[in-house]
Write a new protein. Structure first.
Length: 126
């Protein structure tokens, strides 16, 4: 599976993840986003998306482990991937037919969004 994780870069940005190399992705409270976290598996590919003024997909990451001992607060450890060479801004995503039915466009406040392989490849330029 593939997912997009939203973060406010002034709180914890992709550069922070790169510096630390891995982190527990937490602070998620929306029930749909928590369900998406619980559904993650080791090796799932991730896109890191900066909210706030940037509103752009900026980097990649991967799921290292998932602990669902407490299903209300799953602990997903992610590891840093690479910077996306050409960040993809939200307006570009919105005009792509690939995202017409995506929660990324339809549920703008959702912080953990599933992506299809095609959507992931399009964002990461592969």
């Amino acid at each position: 599976m593939h997912y997009l994780l939203k973060t406010e870069p002034t709180v914890y940005g992709f550069a922070d993840l790169q510096n630390e190399q891995s982190t527990i992705w937490d602070g998620v409270t929306n029930p749909v986003a928590v369900k998406n976290l619980r559904g993650m598996q080791k090796g799932d590919k991730l896109v890191i998306y900066h909210t706030g003024d940037e509103k752009s997909a900026v980097g990649t990451a991967a799921v290292e482990s998932v602990d669902v001992t407490d299903p209300k607060v799953p602990k997903v450890r992610i590891k840093a991937g690479k910077l996306i060479s050409h960040p993809v801004a939200l307006p570009e995503i919105k005009v792509s037919k690939l995202f017409a039915d995506s929660p990324l466009v339809r549920q703008g406040r959702l912080s953990v969004v599933p992506l299809s392989k095609e959507q992931y490849d399009w964002i990461t330029g592969r």
